[in-house]
Design a protein around this ligand. Structure first.
Ligand SMILES: *Cc1c(COP(=O)(O)O)cnc(C)c1O
Length: 359
């Protein structure tokens, strides 16, 4: 099979080494004479895998002991509900930063549980810029502040962490594990797995212990972080195969040198691509320089009529899934951890040739 570079925003490319390992272990996992999909989540082998995966993630992110790590289902979208259910703690308000499509969805769901105070709003600039933190309008009665460090669709990424006197909640679905973060600054971090952790079906939640145990009444028992933490994320059957894939990705990340090494690689990858976009009049990216995403790089062609041809020729060159989100148009290259520098090099070579041929 020739090497194909898949720029899908999610579910996204997996490291080839992990795919090969999944293949090797598919029919027989270790010496159990079955695949890991076919055994009980209560079995010794599954529990060993689960425990090691948690430890590997703790090592990678340097997660302090007073945080629980949960491996849940329901996607990041279920966390849009679980966050207010678990963190309101009797309060009636919460702060939300509105910087793009996904924060908008979090706000819509949060509004079902409390009065949402939109403390900053990037919709006026079409999600291409973020206001400086001093200008945010934070309600000090809010139970927490929710934000989206990387907005996957517009490619808008924070270069700072908001500092507030209330739990900080981050939807890190499209940026977790791409660089180091100081977990101790957060009350809750959550991420759907299908971008930078593994495959769909798993959501990782990192929650500070003292925030658990005071939930809104009469909510689903599965939506209580305490239920999940007390049962090691096995109150009911977890998403076993997605969890296993995540465990292999965590091992792969450790082999790559951990998150400081990934940060260097990711920063260089993004720079290579933005340099080509900025160096041409043929391609453009509208996001403020400071807030350009390392993971999702949208770009427009000066002549929109060439979009179809660009995608067609890119695919012939083994560069697939580059179509931008319909709300932004143009192209989007999602370049998560699994995308090697070589894939970026192939993309920029293609972009340069396409520009020459069509300008
Ligand atoms: C993809 C994405 C989501 C949605 O994730 P699901 O797992 O499909 O619910 C939420 N937030 C961000 C930032 C995303 O990139």
């Amino acid at each position: 099979m020739s090497q194909i570079y898949n720029f899908s925003a999610g579910p996204a490319m997996l490291p080839i080494q992990v795919l090969r390992q999944m293949q090797d272990e598919l029919l027989e996992y270790k010496d159990i004479k079955a695949s890991i999909m076919e055994i009980s989540h209560r079995s010794t082998d599954f529990i060993a895998m689960a425990q090691k995966s948690e430890q590997d993630l703790r090592d990678l992110m340097n997660i302090p002991n007073h945080y629980k790590v949960l491996f849940l289902q329901g996607g990041a979208s279920a966390q849009f509900s679980m966050v207010p259910i678990n963190l309101l703690h009797g309060k009636t308000k919460a702060n939300y930063a509105y910087t793009g499509h996904w924060s908008k969805k979090a706000i819509a769901e949060g509004s079902r549980y409390c009065d949402v105070n939109i403390c900053t709003n990037s919709s006026d600039n079409k999600y291409t810029d973020i206001d400086v933190f001093e200008n945010w309008n934070i309600d000090s009665d809010g139970a927490y502040l929710h934000y989206t460090p990387n907005e996957t669709i517009a490619g808008l990424e924070f270069d700072y962490v908001p500092e507030v006197d209330m739990p900080l909640v981050a939807d890190m679905s499209s940026s977790i594990l791409s660089r180091e973060v100081d977990v101790s600054k957060y009350g809750v971090i959550y991420a759907g797995a299908q971008k930078n952790i593994g495959i769909a079906g798993l959501t990782v939640v990192i929650v500070r212990e003292d925030l658990m145990g005071n939930v809104v009444a009469n909510q689903p028992i599965l939506f209580d972080y305490t239920t999940q933490a007390k049962n090691d994320s096995m109150y009911n059957t977890p998403s076993t195969y997605s969890w296993y894939v995540a465990s292999r990705v965590f091992e792969w990340l450790k082999q790559q040198g951990g998150l400081s090494a990934m940060a260097k690689i990711n920063k260089a990858k993004a720079k290579t691509l933005y340099d080509v976009i900025d160096g041409s009049n043929f391609y453009s990216n509208p996001v403020a320089l400071k807030y350009r995403s390392w993971m999702n790089v949208p770009f427009l062609l000066a002549d929109e009529n060439l979009n179809g041809l660009f995608l067609e020729k890119a695919a012939i060159n083994n560069l697939i899934t580059l179509k931008g989100h319909r709300s932004v148009g143009g192209m989007r290259a999602s370049i998560y951890n699994a995308m090697p520098q070589k894939g970026i090099n192939e993309l920029i070579n293609f972009m340069k040739v396409f520009e020459k041929e069509n300008s």
